[in-house]
Design a protein around this ligand. Structure first.
Ligand code: PHB
Length: 400
């Protein structure tokens, strides 16, 4: 049976970044990915949020995978809040001295794959991890199925599950609890060949519901509408979507419709699994915790987890120190709950609420924010990631 140091399930941002960082330290990691490379890199079903916190951009740059991100991504100083037909600009650089970077998650996955394979890293595409044996021994063993249907085994020193929100591997954490919140909204998302409504993101609050105007490039818009979770995509023909986006923007900016490339419905949920590790088995990213998309934190949290586990594994392999591995759950939960808090705050600030009392409180909160530089500072420090990725930048050595 083949022996390796670290077996990683899932070639998403967390798994790939961890594998890449470990490889630079001479630790052998193998990534098993059930899907094909082509699917990961091009499937429209995988068009995810494109907001990188200041610290996420720095981590990726230091890891040596940021060339295209820096060339093609868009630096944003802040965001706009739209309400009452007006746009309020929150300038994060003035408020907290840092900005954000807009670059699609799918492009980032392409970059990570290309760089990792380029330095001889191993990603086994179309290899589905199916079981975990000998969990509580020094050599947990990953069982996988090859594209030809054969069963293989990797005898590891550590196993990491980074297999996304539908993770089949997190079940191996014994005695886990799940803390969950179901929000009473869903997001109808579109990707359109149309210039974005503004040069930075607009989070628009309207009595009829929230709308978000985001982008992937100067000619690709990514927009969302708050809808009832019971609604169906068929109820939203193209024309209705553009009308509704216009209405909710309330004349604060102009939107130019364009051909739709993709349309999707996402229910809004949050959950956190505890604990996030057991013995030599660790869970990272969406496999262990999910946030609603309002704060754009999901991808950034996944990168935080990878940085924390990277540091802990380096301490183990370089200094024979296991205490950071033992603290993995504790360390990760700190940034995860900070992001859950912020995502909850943003979500309940911006989405129209059914309860008339709560809805009035929400509007009061929005007006308070518009007038209070202190509250704007709270939003800004969370949005740029002062409590999440920014805390971990220094863990990543700069690659030449
Ligand atoms: C996106 O561009 O897809 C996006 C941006 C900001 C969010 C959520 C999604 O809060």
């Amino acid at each position: 049976m083949r022996r390796i140091q670290v077996g990683i399930v899932g070639a998403g941002p967390a798994g790939l970044l961890l594998a890449h960082l470990l490889r630079q330290e001479g630790v052998e990691a193998v990534v098993l990915e059930a899907k094909s490379r082509e699917y990961l890199e091009t499937s429209p079903h995988r068009i995810r949020a494109g907001v990188l916190e200041h610290g996420a951009k720095e981590i990726l740059r230091r890891a040596g995978v940021g060339d295209r991100m820096l060339a093609r991504g868009l630096g944003h100083k802040g965001i706009y809040l739209g309400f009452d037909g007006q746009l309020l600009h929150l300038d994060f650089e003035t408020l907290v001295g840092k900005g954000i970077w807009v670059y699609g998650q799918q492009y980032l996955v392409q970059d990570l794959i290309r760089h990792h394979l380029g330095v001889g890293g191993e990603v086994l595409f179309e290899h589905e991890a199916v079981d975990l044996e000998d969990l509580h021994t020094p050599n947990p063993t990953l069982v996988y199925r090859t594209p030809e249907g054969r069963i293989g085994r990797l005898r590891c020193e550590f196993v990491v599950a980074a297999d996304g929100s539908h993770s089949s591997f997190r079940r191996f954490i014994p005695g886990q609890r799940v803390h969950e919140k179901v929000y009473p909204f869903a997001w109808l998302g579109i990707l359109a060949e149309a210039p974005p409504a503004a040069e930075e993101l607009i989070y628009a609050s309207h009595p009829q519901g929230f709308a978000l105007f985001s982008m992937r490039s100067p000619s690709l818009s990514r927009n969302y509408l708050q809808v009832d979770p019971r609604e169906r995509l068929e109820d939203w023909p193209e024309e209705r979507i553009w009308e509704e986006l216009n209405l909710r923007l309330g004349g604060a900016a102009e939107i130019r419709p364009g051909p739709l490339l993709e349309k999707s419905l996402t229910p809004m949920r949050a959950w956190v699994v505890e604990p996030l590790h057991s013995g030599r088995f660790f869970v990272m990213g969406d496999a262990g915790h999910v946030v609603p998309p309002t704060g754009a934190k999901g991808l950034n949290l996944a990168l935080c987890d990878a940085a924390v586990l990277y540091r802990a594994m380096c301490a183990f392999y370089k200094e024979g120190e296991a205490h950071l591995l033992d603290r993995y759950t504790q360390d990760v939960l700190r940034h995860v709950w900070q992001a859950e808090l912020f995502s909850y705050w943003m979500t309940t600030l911006l989405h129209t609420l059914r309860d008339p009392f709560e809805e009035r409180l929400r509007v009061a909160k929005l007006r308070h924010l518009a007038e209070s530089p202190l509250l704007q500072g709270f939003l800004a420090e969370n949005y740029v990631g002062l409590h999440t990725t920014v805390r971990y930048v220094d863990l990543i050595p700069v690659q030449p």
